[in-house]
Structures are given as structure tokens and as C-alpha cells.
Design a protein around this ligand. Structure first.
Ligand code: SAH
Length: 468
């Protein structure tokens, strides 16, 4: 498997500084399934080519994947994996060129921002469906000129016709970091074979490597689906973020002794206690915390024996990791661990995992959704997941004037898309209840002002049991 990157930027040898790889040496990097060799077939002031040759160990691959057992098949050993560009090449790029990919260059930091002319040559890429068209649709919107050479299966047997393999050449001008992240994401997108590393972490990696270009790519949905190998839940989470440009909320740093933060925190715990009371009162045994963030409510739920089955869902994997830490998830006694699960998901997508709960908590989440996604949220929660009771909170915008540190037109959090007055919230919530066969009651949270009401507002929706 061979990748070559050439530049004619002057002096072309700058490429070796950017890649952090000495042009005079052959360097090798060990990978879990083989070795990547990095060398320079050509270095001059006019032209510099860096090559990454990936030597995959197909036997080790099979053994490590545990496939050599009873269902042994020759195809496990004799296949295209050592030759075609696949997720292994992405892993090799990330490992061999990690500094460049992170946009760093300690010795020559000024090089990082320079747009250079590049030519990329990938010896073999597979393109099963869509063929050349798919490859063009992926790379051309990013500014590359795409040249493809399709290989016949065997020149002696013309009836076998073309193979699914192409040699790909890309030409374009960009920063090296951009080029590497494009390759990192798009190479596995072309490969239909199973990836060896698709996990929830991939969503974060995809979003991180795709930052700055994936959101605006016309094929972003296809890229996301194929990159995550069509694993529905992961794809939905990634798309949830990409399509909604939904940057996860920053968690409040509990150590900041700043007064406004303290005030917010105190209010937040008050709010969480009120939510707990409603959930306890509902008699629910199973609760899903939608947009659970760093797990404050989950921790409170776990302490209450009434809740036998608790699920925390959030779009942000980072928040879920924080929640795991807060819960000491990995060292929970088995009985406790059985009661609680955490999963990544986007609330604006229908998700079977959210069905069948006695109650749902949605605490300070809706204001993070774009208003044009509220309908999708309503349908996925109230029409599709249909918990028996939904306890939902959101800020009361009328109260903002009492927060001294807030400007007139600002919101309580930089990621908030809206903050509603009581009338606005009640109108929306009444509509949700009517459309989905729920009853709804409202409650103020925090100290109430006669005119402006309380800082936070809560709606408790109860499903009408006689309706489906
Ligand atoms: N409920 C928590 C966190 C509130 S902050 C608490 O009260 O402490 C809002 C949370 O909603 C963030 O963790 C954010 O990642 C999550 N979120 C935002 N949009 C989301 C979406 N579309 N799907 C799932 N979670 C979302």
C-alpha cells in the first residue's frame, strides 16, 4: 500500500520539516497490524516527494481478529488488504504524520499556515459502488483535480472487464494539515470492507479530523455513513452534530469560584433536586436522561433505589466520559453497574434505544437545539420514544435581567440557541402535549419575582394512557 505526497512549493524540501521526517533517512513506524515506512524518493528545492509504504501483515491481521478458528477460509488470508488503501492507511498517516496532522511544526511554525501545491498519488484505492463518480464527488468539492486510472482484472481475459481498483492522483493547493485530514477521513470512506476500529471514539475522531471542511462538504452524509460503516447509532450521532452544527455545551467548571458561576451552580442543583422529586413522584422505575451532560442527575438517580434502570444519553462523547468519571463507572459494584448505562445519541433522531422508559428527564437541553430542529426533537421524544412522563426544564428568559453580569441581548450560555419567556415555553409545551396525547403542568424553579417569574421553568408531561 503506497501513498506519495509531492510538492513543488519552493523550497520543496520544506515538506520534510512539515512532516517531521528527515529526508535523508528511511524511517519506520510500528503499527498494530504491520509497519509503515517513510522515505523520500525525490528531494530537491524544486520538487519533494514523501512516500509512505504500508506493509500489512495479513496473517497477523486474521489471527488478531480471531478469524482463524473453525470458520477458517482462504479468503481470510488471501485478500486485497495488504495492497489497497483502507483504514489501515489512515491509521498509518495519523501515526507517522501526527504532528503535521495536528497543525504543528516546532522548528518552522510559519510553514503550517502556508498553502502549497500538492500532488497525491495512491497506488490502489477500491471503489465498489459508484466507482469513479464517487471518488470525484468526494475529492473535487475540496478543491482537488482528480485523475483516475481504473485497472482491468486481467489483461489476458478481457471478458472479466474492469476491477473495482483505481490508481488515484489528486492535485490541489492547500495546507498540509488539510490534505492529511482529507485523506484520513476519505480513504476509509472508499473502502467497503469492515474497519477494524469502528467504535464510539470514531465519531469524535471524524468530527475532529473533519473540522473546518466536513460540515460544508456536499457529500457529508454519505461520508459520515460510509466512514462509520453504516452503524446507525454512530452515524446518527455524528450527523446530529454535523447537520445541526451543534457544539456540545461546555461543562461548568466546578472549581471556578466566580460568583455568577456559583449562583448558576446553586440554581442548577436546585433544579436537579426538583427534577428528582418529579421523577420519584411519578413512580417511574426506568428513567432516561436525555442530554445527560456530565452526569450530575445520573449520579442522583443512581442513589435512589426506586430507579432500577437508568440510561444517560448525550451527543457529546466527551461529556459522557466526564459522566463516567463522576459515576466512577468502571469501579461500580456489579449490581449498581447493571442499573445504569450511558450511550451516545442525538435527540433529534429516532432511536429505538430510547423507547419503553417510564420517564425521561430533559434538563436544560432544548435551548441547545436550533429552533428548526425542535420539531424533529418533539417527534423523536414524544411521538417515537414516548416515555410515560417527561420532566423538561429550560431557562426563563424574563429573569435574565437579574443576572448582573449579563448584557441585554446575551444568553446564559454561549451555546444557547434561544431562551424563552414563560408564555413562549408554555405555548410550545402545550402544543407538544396536544399533538402527542400528553397532559402538561408547569412549575417555576428558583426564587420567584412577581413580574419576571423564576430563573428556570419546568414542564411535566404525562402520557394519556387511553391514547396510543
Ligand atoms: N442535562 C445536563 C446537561 C445540560 S447541557 C444537566 O442538566 O447538567 C446540554 C447537554 O445537551 C450537553 O451535554 C449537550 O452535549 C447535550 N446536547 C445538545 N444537543 C444535543 C442533541 N441534539 N442530542 C443529544 N444531546 C444533546
Amino acid at each position: 500500500m503506497l501513498l506519495k505526497i509531492t510538492t513543488t512549493h519552493q523550497p520543496a524540501s520544506d515538506l520534510s520539516f512539515l512532516l517531521h521526517k528527515h529526508p535523508g533517512k528511511l524511517q519506520s513506524v510500528a503499527l498494530s497490524n504491520g509497519v509503515a515506512h517513510i522515505f523520500y524518493p525525490e528531494v530537491s528545492d524544486e520538487k519533494c516527494t514523501a512516500a509512505l509504504l504500508l506493509d500489512i501483515d495479513p496473517v497477523g491481521l486474521v489471527r488478531r481478529a480471531g478469524n482463524s478458528g473453525p470458520d477458517f477460509a482462504l479468503a481470510h488470508y488471501v485478500n486485497d488488504r495488504p495492497y489497497v488503501a483502507s483504514s489501515f492507511l489512515s491509521t498509518a498517516i495519523a501515526k507517522a504524520f501526527s504532528t503535521a496532522m495536528n497543525g504543528k511544526c516546532n522548528n518552522r511554525p510559519e510553514l503550517v499556515g502556508i498553502v502549497m501545491p500538492f500532488e497525491v498519488h495512491i497506488a490502489v484505492v477500491p471503489s465498489p459502488s459508484g466507482g469513479a463518480m464517487l471518488i470525484r464527488k468526494l475529492f473535487e468539492p475540496l478543491g482537488y483535480t482528480v485523475t483516475l486510472k481504473q485497472h482491468t482484472l486481467d489483461s489476458k481475459f478481457e471478458v472479466w472487464r474492469d476491477s473495482k481498483y483505481f490508481t488515484l492522483t489528486l492535485a490541489g493547493s492547500m495546507r498540509l494539515k488539510e490534505l492529511l485530514t482529507h485523506l484520513y477521513v476519505l480513504i476509509p470512506v472508499l473502502d467497503n470492507e469492515k474497519h477494524y476500529w469502528v467504535s464510539e471514539h470514531e465519531v469524535e475522531k471524524l468530527l475532529e479530523k473533519g473540522e473546518g471542511w466536513l460540515k460544508d462538504h456536499p457529500e457529508k452524509e454519505q461520508i459520515t455513513r460510509r466512514y462509520l460503516k453504516g452503524i446507525g447509532a454512530l452515524t446518527r450521532s455524528a450527523l446530529g452534530v454535523l447537520l445541526e452544527e451543534d457544539t456540545p455545551a461546555k461543562a461548568t467548571d466546578e472549581n471556578i469560584a466566580d460568583e455568577a458561576t456559583m449562583q448558576r451552580e446553586t440554581l442548577h442543583y436546585k433544579r436537579l433536586r426538583e427534577v428528582m422529586q418529579e421523577l420519584i413522584r411519578s413512580g417511574a422505575h426506568s428513567v432516561v436522561d436525555l442530554g445527560c451532560g456530565d452526569g450530575k442527575l445520573l449520579k442522583m438517580l443512581l442513589k435512589e433505589k426506586q430507579f432500577e434502570n437508568i440510561l444517560g444519553v448525550d451527543v457529546s462523547y466527551r461529556e459522557l466520559e466526564k459522566a463516567m468519571d463522576r459515576l466512577d463507572y468502571h469501579t461500580l459494584p456489579p449490581r449498581q453497574k447493571e442499573r445504569i448505562k450511558l450511550t451516545q445519541g442525538a435527540l433529534t433522531y429516532r432511536d429505538d434505544r430510547l423507547k419503553g422508559f417510564d420517564a425521561a428527564a430533559i434538563v436544560e437541553v432544548i435551548e441547545h437545539l436550533d429552533t428548526d430542529r425542535l420539531e424533529a426533537f418533539e417527534r423523536s421524544v414524544f411521538e417515537f420514544a414516548k416515555p410515560g412522563v417527561v420532566v423538561l426544564t429550560t431557562p426563563n428568559q424574563e429573569y435574565n435581567k437579574f443576572f448582573e453580569t449579563m448584557g441585554k441581548d446575551t444568553m446564559r450560555h454561549t451555546d444557547h440557541r434561544f431562551e424563552w419567556t414563560r408564555i413562549e415555553f408554555e405555548t410550545w409545551a402545550n402544543g407538544v402535549a396536544d399533538r402527542n396525547f400528553y397532559r402538561v403542568t408547569f412549575k417555576a424553579i428558583g426564587e420567584e419575582d412577581e413580574q419576571a417569574g423564576a430563573p428556570s421553568q419546568m414542564a411535566v408531561f404525562t402520557k394519556n394512557n387511553d391514547k396510543q
